[in-house]
Write a protein that binds this ligand. Sequence first.
Ligand SMILES: [Mg+2]
Length: 250
Amino acid sequence: MTHSSAVTRASGHADERSLSDGVRRVRQSRLSRVRMVALDLDGTLVDQEGAARRWATEFIRSRGLTADVAAVALALTQRRPKGEVFNELVRTHDLGLDPDEVWANYRQRMPELVTCTDADREALVALRATGWRVGIVTNGMVDNQEGKIRQLGLDSLVDAWVISEEVGIRKPSPGIFHALAARLECPLDGWMIGDSLELDVVGGAGVGLRTALISGAEPTQDAAHADLLVASVAEAAAAIMSEATSPKTP
Ligand SMILES: [Mg+2]
């Protein structure tokens, strides 16, 4: 009897142990099911290039310059320190202006000039509705980048965002992706969607995210480095959502 009770007790403990292990496993699997979709901002969610062209057009007209809009817009979309670009703009055209003021004007105006497609907005809504945590991770200055996010209403369509200036870390450094995961309150697991091979694809893959590269007019060999090659956020989101419901993922 004693023996039997001991066995019962032992097996009871074993049951409790396996129950608590089971609860832990369920909790862990629930946690691990929370996954993120991180998105770049410029050239991915917003048409930074078109907005830069519109800003250049306005600026050149308002100053009565003979500068080439395309050349100015190109300088503004290249991956160069913006301070250097505005110094060059002011010096080349002998504007007699403070480059920092021109730059500040640019950052103030850009949020009013960028656009985001309805299809991409709907994709963000669909991703969140299907359980993904959605966040923006962008290099840039807070006034400019947050201005774009708020002006376009993206602040209500994503769960969080991280801007390099505020955290002092730029893509492709791992720290900025970790900062986004922390704000999203989910593991650094899921996808990174962006238009830069170096910043978004290499950066995202470096922290274990799968990657979708928004390709330009001419797809390049860059495509080989990304898990998906897409034309838009909407296309990436559709593929990600279908991937999540299919047994394709190992
Ligand atoms: Mg970009």
